[in-house]
Write a protein that binds this ligand. Sequence first.
Ligand SMILES: [Mn+2]
Length: 359
Amino acid sequence: MKMSFRWYGEGYDPIPLQYIKQIPGMTGVFGVLSQYQAGEVWEEAEIKKLVDQVRGAGLELEVIESVNVHEDIKMGLSTRDQYIENYNKSLENLAKYGIKTVIYNFMPVFDWLRTELAYEHEDGATALYYNDADIQGMTPRDIVENTAKESGGLTLPGWEPERLERLDEVMKIYQDIDHAKLRDNFRYFLEGVIPTAEKVGIKMACHPDDPAWDLFGLPRIYTSRDDMDIIANLYDSTYNGFCICSGSLGSNPANDVPAIFREFGERGLMNAAHVRNVKYLGDRIFTEAPHPSDTGNLDMFAVMEAIYDTNPDVAVRPDHGRMIWGETGRPGYPLYDRALGATYLVGLFEAVTKMKERA
Ligand SMILES: [Mn+2]
């Protein structure tokens, strides 16, 4: 397992690479070029700069999170062909610098969504929180403004202002897009990019919708094991795989998270992994718990065991973290709690490994 850490790049991430390198067991980062908007070509010179920086700090850079998919592709507009061409160009450029995996998602309009970014836990820590009842009284515009207000001045992934400028127009177009239509548009995207991914040797890793159900009448098509099976069948290739995220899929208690890691690991489709815990506080109400199993509702040992058994070399990162010890920064992406999460996961992996070797 390659334990990794998400890093937004110099000028975008308050956490220096050196701090990440100091986390025990850390081998690499999931990097991104935050300066590019969805649909733009990632230029070689910028990629090289990032790669040199990360490797210069003694860390690997094999995974990019994310190369975002332009909304026109998801909506199936005629402009999509140009954006798909640009996406392929970015993949070709990334491959030249040793990138092996590209994470993305196919969520309509919104990326992950929460109703509070600093929900206070009993111990005084704060974490991301979702309450479906709160969403009912909000418009898409409200949630955008609320998220921006609580983000502490830092742009949150999936909530880039330029991406949300077209909100009203886009919401209107989606009135005619149901689950089946969105899947058709997804297939079109996969048919456009997977051949290039195969050619240049980059495994594509689709991240689940979070939370794992429809919101604001928008179709969400990656919320369960069955959705993943459908996506895998849209284009049959191990390059059309998943970034399996325990917390996102785990937002719905009906999902058997360790079983999902195991099945898609066995099928050769676990191309990256996010591992974190979640705590259910009611029906469609949850908060992001610390990583250890007994603080939330997911069996983290079973998740790490499934990774060990099916794809022990996969790149894994602690997903989100809580704000603890007075830390401030980008909600969900603190240093301290993600570092605790990472060392815990490294510990679990060592335990699973030694247990299996001795058996
Ligand atoms: Mn995730």
